[in-house]
Design a protein around this ligand. Structure first.
Ligand code: C2E
Ligand code: SIN
Ligand code: SIN
Ligand code: SIN
Ligand code: FE
Ligand code: FE
Length: 385
């Protein structure tokens, strides 16, 4: 098992069981860290390490029950993809389904054991303890699994079972609140994406447009040097750039031909309408979305709308989404025009470098056009959902 950054300084000197003093120090050390940890992966790693050290197991994992997919998942190390198994499979599945602890000296002699994970990881499981844990409503949400005792006997003891049960009851509660927070975040993202889709569906555009704009925006943000958190924030927020189109009448929005000057003036209001819808929120995502809604039609040379701001006075979110949006709009059929060929699109970006668009971003855009086209093809309106 990979070491992680949470290894405590305390280390047992030999492979003997811990005395109660050691154990208390260990538990207090971990509890303080667990209480402050909000990232799910880190939390799972901490809990696994705590269990592992408490009972001197070689490995310890926390399995989480995904009721929607009817699967169990775990992560064996930082940065490694999660492992998923059907919820009813193996010893962990059995323990969860039967709501019973398992205590086994040799897993391979137990026909409930599923050797698939061993096969995937190249590991040899022998002794094993599985303890389900519950949320505050008493529902089972996952299980602790400890594998292979590190003492000479290679067998877990009744004390080990007792300690791990303690760890499990504590972990169940900590995990529950973290999982709830994640669910709230996921819900927010879904609501935001749906809001964006509403804006687009009014103008008969597919959900794929906003998916593409979101992905292009994140790539450009990363190439620009934004950190991954902020690039992800822009990805989540950018689908709302046209939310203000909800206020534009069909006769303008769906007009098959060119807009009159007056109609275009009305159309331009979608930027401020969107901004006004979003600006009241103190949520990070909605604040970013408000900026994007207001500024995605600003131009580097100051000739955009609604404010006519110029250069770096346009927020980087606005400058990035402008490119992502126009790239996608040009490559797509619209009620008022046919999709353009890639060459013609690239020519426009070269012409508009330093005029409509931030020159540095245009360079990044051109340098990475392959990656962007790849996304376009993956979410094309023909083959997409
Ligand atoms: P949209 O269709 O999503 O286009 C977004 C932006 O992509 C446009 O912002 C423009 O910068 C660029 N773009 C799209 N198609 C073309 C094109 O054929 N040539 C060039 N040079 N650029 C293009 P813009 O111009 O501010 O327009 C904002 C929105 O207003 C458009 O979003 C569309 O919903 C609407 N719109 C603009 N012009 C017309 C039009 O002639 N007829 C209709 N029915 N709607 C229009
Ligand atoms: C939009 O820019 O509003 C939608 C464009 C699309 O479907 O590509
Ligand atoms: C995110 O969920 O990735 C963004 C954080 C936030 O604003 O809630
Ligand atoms: C639109 O306004 O329809 C699309 C352009 C954009 O996505 O801003
Ligand atoms: Fe727009
Ligand atoms: Fe758009």
């Amino acid at each position: 098992m990979q070491m992680n950054e949470y290894n405590l300084e305390f280390k047992p000197k030999s492979k003997k069981s811990l005395n109660s003093n050691d154990l208390l120090r260990l538990i207090f050390g971990y509890v303080a860290r667990i209480a402050n940890e909000k990232n799910l992966d880190n939390l799972l790693m901490l809990m696994a390490d705590m269990g592992k050290e408490m009972i001197m197991a070689d490995r310890c994992s926390l399995w989480i029950l995904d009721r929607e997919k009817n699967e169990l998942w775990t992560r064996v190390a930082h940065g490694v993809n999660e492992i998923r198994i059907p919820a009813n499979s193996g010893l962990v599945g059995h323990s969860i389904a039967s709501e019973q602890q398992l205590f086994i000296d040799d897993a391979y002699k137990d026909n409930r054991f599923n050797p698939d994970v061993d096969k995937k990881t190249g590991y040899r499981t022998q002794a094993i303890i599985v303890i389900p844990f519950r949320n505050s409503e008493g529902e089972i949400i996952g299980a602790y699994q400890a594998i292979n005792k590190m003492t000479r006997s290679k067998k877990f003891t009744a004390k080990d079972l007792e300690y791990l049960t303690l760890a499990a009851s504590y972990s169940g509660n900590s995990l529950e609140s973290t999982l709830l927070n994640l669910e709230i975040e996921e819900t927010q993202k879904e609501i935001i994406f749906t809001m964006g889709e509403i804006g687009e569906s009014r103008s008969k555009e597919t959900g794929n447009h906003i998916k593409r704009v979101a992905d292009y925006s994140k790539i450009l943000a990363l190439k620009y040097g934004m950190d991954d958190n902020e690039a992800e924030l822009l990805k989540i927020a950018s689908p709302m750039h046209d939310i203000g189109k909800v206020a534009i009448s069909d006769s303008i929005l769906k007009k098959p031909g060119k807009l009159t000057d007056e109609e275009f003036d009305t159309m331009k209001s979608h930027t401020e309408v969107g901004y006004n819808l979003l600006k009241g929120s103190s949520r990070k995502i909605l604040k970013a979305a408000a900026i994007v809604a207001r500024q995605h039609h600003e131009k580097w040379n100051g000739r955009g709308y609604p404010d006519g701001v110029k250069g770096e006075d346009i927020h980087i979110y606005g400058r990035i989404t402008a490119i992502a949006d126009v790239f996608d709009a040009l490559g797509s059929d619209r009620c008022y025009k046919k999709a353009w060929e890639l060459d013609r699109i690239l020519n426009l970006f070269k012409e508009e470098r330093g005029n409509h668009f931030d020159p540095l971003l245009v360079d990044l855009f051109i340098d990475n056009i392959g990656e962007l086209v790849h996304i376009r093809d993956a979410y094309s309106d023909v083959y997409g959902e």
